[in-house]
Design a protein around this ligand. Sequence first.
Ligand code: XLS
Ligand code: NI
Ligand code: NI
Length: 444
Amino acid sequence: MAEFFTEVTDPIRYEGPDTTNPLAFRVYDPDRIVAGKRMEDHLRIAVCYWHSFNWPGSDIFGDGTLDRPWLAPGADEMAAARQKMDAAFEFFSKLGTPYFCFHDRDIAPDGADYRETVSNLHAMVDYTAEKMEQTGVKLLWGTANLFSHPRFAAGAATNPNPEAFAFAAAQVRHALEATHRLGGSSYVLWGGREGYDTLLNTLMKHEADQLARFLHLVAEHKRKIGFGGQLFIEPKPQEPTKHQYDYDCATVHGFLERYDLLGEFFVNIEVNHATLAGHSFHHEVKYAVENGIFGSVDANRGDPQNGWDTDQFPNSVEELTLALHEIFGAGGFDKGGFNFDTKLRRQSIDRTDLFHGHIGGIDTLAKSFLVAMDLLAKETLTKARRDRYAGWKGDLGAHIMSDDASLESIADKVLDEGIDPEPVSGRQELLENEINRAIWADQA
Ligand code: XLS
Ligand code: NI
Ligand code: NI
């Protein structure tokens, strides 16, 4: 078959910080051993199918700008799906990252009816399995597109019409089984249009109950088919609906707890979704880690000057370092990884731009990883945090936390022992300097 990315003749390799080759990694070195494990196995990087191969570069004001011949109207849809997959696997292999992620509708077109849609999916899953076998590329996670088709305009699981719920359930059944068949490590449910635009027409509690029912059905089916991967929910605060139900990690956590779903679902945290929710990415990661729901990451970045999901390639070492410090401080990934949920800018129309975006993003991630591991090894932040709370290890802290304590007993101590707390510095600037020094010092 004809190559698509013809300007990239060799696979992208690690060439070290001094190379001048734009098509090489300067930091990402898959075989480098860090804390006893290969960098590739720590980071578990995936390329996303949708933005990279299934998005034409359109926006609300204009048509596609990108060179994606398989999206041209009028083509035989199954032949186009195979052509798209050939280009996708050529890209994955040349980039040299171990995983990819997909939606059902990215890899297989809708048929005339749902029966034909399912048979298209099965045929393309067979083709995917062949491609994976030939290239060694693996599946990080699969998912179902429950938001593009007009039938989902009012949501999928949270749609007022139970027929839309049923249709979504059918799609998830088939997408989950496809993921299982392809040896996927996990399965993602992004809320899509699960939310509302106006309360004037919405039964909020009813929709929440529907969503919980849906998630219970998915978890049950996962067990039934013996899928050993993890199930992830991907929080996002708004867009496309004004009020998305899976607003952020804390909201999802509360929902899981309320509906007895803790332990079944974990979170896939997207950088740009965290920032849209008014949080820093590392806040979201830390919340998930500390509450036992951390699962995976959609790596990208937003634009601080606008309020939508721009899905740009990550380029801030500082932003990622702080989050990776929390992820790897807690032992790293189990079934998750870093999926590049990233899209090119609409004017980045050269085929090779897709390589430049990923190479820069992956090097940023690798550099952040090395800095985070260095900070962890030196206990720069962990020690500062421990010291700040050291008082809680003393007699007073122990007393407050014990069952013997009461408001009275604590008040008595203040009087009897003359307790009079002195403010101490939070040393934020010192710690900010430590982070920057670790970034500057790391020569990798
Ligand atoms: C959209 C989401 C989407 C999910 C997969 O904002 O990030 O791309 O990751 O459905
Ligand atoms: Ni995402
Ligand atoms: Ni997103």
